[in-house]
Each structure stands twice: as C-alpha cells, then as structure tokens.
Design a binder for this molecule. Structure first.
Ligand SMILES: Nc1nc2c(ncn2[C@@H]2O[C@H](COP(=O)(O)OP(=O)(O)OP(=O)(O)O)[C@@H](O)[C@H]2O)c(=O)[nH]1
Ligand SMILES: [Mg+2]
Length: 443
C-alpha cells in the first residue's frame, strides 16, 4: 500500500538520513524532493505547500542542524508532520451509551460500501465482541441485498432485509426497531450508491438519516480515485455532514494522495483503511503508524496487535513447551501456518516490518500458493508421518506427492526444511538464540 509514495519519500530523505552534518541548502534540496514525491502521489498542491513549509521551517531550526544526528531528526520531523497531516492520533467511531450504535454508510457507486459494511461488522465483532446487525437499504441495484446478505453472513452479522421492492427509508426504520428489540450493540446501514453526488442521492440519505438518527455517518471513498476522492468528499460535506471516512482499495493505490489529503481538505478523519477484497483486509487507520510505515520505519504496533488477536495465548504456551521438549511435529507446523494465515495476506504483514519498502516486497514475490502447497502436502500425510517425518521413505513420498497434487521433489524439500527448522527451534528453545519476543522487546 502506498508503495510509490513510500519509495519516493524514502528516496528523497535517503540523502539527509545518512549525513552527519546538514546545511540549510541540504534541507532545501531534500524538501524539493519531498515536494515532488508528494505531488507525484497526487496530493493536493495546497496541502503539499503547507506540508513542505512546515517541515522546512522546523528542520532549519538550530536545534536540528546543530544536533548530533540532524538527518535522523529531519526524518523524525517528516514523520511527525505526515502524521499530523493525516490527523494525528487514530480516531474512533462514536459509540452510543445505551441501545444500538447506528452507523450510516454512504458513498458513490462501487466505492466499496457494502464490502466495508461487512468488514466493519467483522472488526467490531472480533475486536470488541459486539453484536452487529446490518440493514440492507440499497434498493437501487437488484443484487445489492443478496450481496449484503452474503458478505454480512460471512462476517457473522445478522442482516435485516425486506428484498428490493420496499422503500429504503422504511427498511432503515424497521431495521432499527428490530435492532432495538433484539438488543443488538451496533446497526450498520448500507445505502445505495450513485454515479455522482446528486440531488436524489442526497435526498435519500437525508431521509434515512432523519429516520435512524445515526451516531456516525461514514463516507466510503475509493483511494484509487486519488484527488477525485477529495472532490467527492467536499461535495458530500457540502450537502450532507459526515463524521469520518473509510478509505478503500488502498491495496490498489500505490500513490496515496487521498490518504494524505482527506484530513487536510475535509477536516474529517480517516477511521478505517480497507486493503483488499477479503473481509479481514481492514484495519483502523492510525496516522502516526501510517506515517512511520510510509517512511519505512515499520508499524510494529499494528503487527503486534494483529498477532495478539489471532494467536491464542494458551496455544502459544503449549507450542513453546513442545519446542522445549523437542516434540514439535508437522501437525504443529501446519497449525502455526494456519494461525499466521489468519492474520492476513503475507505481503501486507511484511509491509509493517521496518526496513522493507514496497518495491522490495514486490521483488520478494511472496507466493501464497507456496503455503497452499505446504498445507496440501502436510494434510496428505498420515498422523504417524506427521509426528515422525523421518519415517517418510521413497514410496511414502510418492504417495504424499500424488495425494497433494505436488511432486516428490516438493515433498522432499518440505521434509528437509522442516528438519532444519526444528534444529533452529531447538537452538532457540535452549536459549542459544534470541526469541522473537526478545527481538521485539529490544527495539
Ligand atoms: N482491491 C480491493 N477491492 C475492494 C476493496 N473494497 C471493495 N472492493 C471491491 O470493489 C467492488 C465494489 O465493492 P462494493 O462493496 O460492492 O461497493 P459498493 O459501494 O457497495 O457498490 P454499489 O453498491 O454498487 O454502490 C467489489 O468488487 C469489491 O470486492 C478493497 O479494499 N480493495
Ligand atoms: Mg453496495
């Protein structure tokens, strides 16, 4: 996500980052590069000017230029200002003190509203343990209701719908009554999109709004539309108020102009970022963490939170005990792979680690199918083979290769890699090597 911006900004700062001493001219040159990087990322010109002026002024201060590590300080200032630009600390939805919290989702056609409804439902359910219901109030598109029923179901939410023949305002009101009666914590209202911000769209939204009195009106914006997203947000803001933004398709938007300009242009925070078609490709938007990610400083916080959510504490301890006793089997290995998979696509996880730029990630060419292959091979083994891979002889290898639709070579490779990994783990468990926790804690 935001690879171009990230690469360009890191390039712009590479010069100053490594320098022991900096002159005003060095700063000026770096700011020119930063300005180009932002413009190329499709950030609004006014925003770019303000940003580089603010960074330049702080960076030219005596305390920076005369410090021991001026380069690092300048990078720090850019990171601070980027974070400020995107809204400072992460913002939250407003939650009602009693009765269901109502969230009205609005946006143009195809911006990702319906998907965002389901993603938000899943996130609120999993991360806050809330009981979430969805209201199907897009009655424009014939398949819209079915789509919400499908993705809402996948997210474990209740979907209130009355087909497409009804009136959206009536459906919204009825859904709210049901949510109240059934004691739901949250009601998310999906609405129809239009091609443009037009009178009909605004009228329908206004009617739904006055019927359900939402605690949050959330505008869904497609990041791939760049500055157009800002224009849409401005138009929306003029005729209808909204409280925050869900920015979608950040996976397809390498430039990042929308992410950087929304807050400055509209005054409204980005609440969530959507980074893929899968329901779990969705995260809270933290401007400070995002700034660090863009500058290649990593986002270890989000990674740790993800891991904490997904990795069962008890299971982790069990695993550690097994490692110590040297009882780690291919079954355990498979379980670990599946746990990590639950955290989301590998590339998005690695993107949160410090020091890996978008370009490097794409060069890594992480093949998710490789993991599918490993899963297929392990599940084609008998329990005895998984517990004791050394018994896997030639004929067993052929059987496993056939069963998993792979080759004897792949099976060999996996068994060998597993052996090496076990050896490495023994070393970690016996304290000869730092554990991941120690490495993370040492940062
Ligand atoms: N790559 C990517 N695709 C997304 C993301 N969010 C949504 N999509 C895709 O974008 C398309 C439109 O998403 P919808 O959720 O149906 O959009 P919508 O705003 O409800 O569309 P209408 O109801 O027609 O107005 C679908 O194919 C989604 O899978 C995202 O974050 N990344
Ligand atoms: Mg929709």
């Amino acid at each position: 996500m935001l690879e171009t911006l990230s690469d360009r900004l890191q390039g712009a700062l590479a010069g100053v980052r490594s320098r022991g001493a900096l002159s005003e001219d060095d700063i000026k040159a770096a700011m020119r590069q930063v300005r180009l990087a932002l413009l190329e990322a499709d950030v609004n010109l006014r925003v770019v000017k303000q940003f580089t002026a603010a960074v330049g002024e702080r960076a030219r201060g005596r305390d920076v230029l005369e410090s021991l590590n001026p380069g690092q300080q300048v990078v720090g200032i850019v990171s601070d200002e980027l974070s400020e630009l995107m809204g400072g600390t992460g913002r939250e939805l407003v939650f009602a003190s009693g009765g269901p919290t109502v969230i009205l989702i609005a946006g143009l056609q195809g911006s990702g509203k319906t998907t965002a409804c389901a993603k938000l439902a899943l996130a609120l359910r999993e991360q806050r343990g809330l009981d979430v219901a969805l209201a199907a109030c897009d009655l424009q598109r014939p398949a819209a209701v079915d789509q919400l029923v499908k993705v809402g179901g996948q997210a474990g939410a209740t979907v209130y719908e009355q087909g497409t023949a009804a009136d959206p305002v009536e459906v919204a009101g009825w859904a709210l009554e049901r949510a109240v009666a059934e004691g739901r914590d949250v009601l998310i209202v999906d609405t129809a999109g239009r091609l443009n911000v037009d009178v009909a769209l605004m009228a329908e939204l206004a009617a739904i709004r006055s019927r359900v009195k939402p605690h949050n009106v959330v505008l869904v914006l497609d990041a791939m539309t760049g500055q157009e997203a800002i224009r849409i947000a401005d138009a929306f803001g003029e005729s209808a108020k909204f409280d925050g933004v869900i920015l979608t398709k950040l996976d397809g938007d390498a430039r990042g102009g929308a992410a950087l300009s929304i807050r400055a242009s509209t005054g409204k925070p980005i609440l969530y970022a959507s980074t893929g078609e899968k329901l779990d490709a969705f995260e809270r938007f933290h401007p400070d963490r995002m700034a660090q990610r863009i500058l290649g400083m990593g986002d270890v916080m989000t990674l740790v939170e993800k891991a904490e959510r997904q990795l069962d504490q008890r299971q982790a301890q069990e695993m550690e005990g097994k490692l110590r006793r040297d009882e780690f089997t291919l079954d355990d290995f498979l379980e670990q792979i599946q746990q990590i998979r639950k955290m989301g696509p590998l590339t998005s996880l690695l993107g949160m680690l410090p020091g890996l730029s978008g370009k490097q990630l794409s060069q890594l060419n992480l093949d998710e199918r490789e993991i599918d292959r490993i899963q297929a091979i392990i599940t084609s083994m008998t329990p005895a083979e998984r517990a004791n891979p050394s018994m896997i002889n030639g004929s067993r290898r052929r059987r496993i290769a056939n069963g998993s639709g792979t080759s004897v070579q792949s099976v060999n490779q996996l068994v060998k890699q597993f052996g090496q990994m076990r050896k490495l783990m023994r070393q970690v468990a016996s304290g000869k090597m730092p554990t991941l926790q120690q490495l993370a804690g040492g940062r």
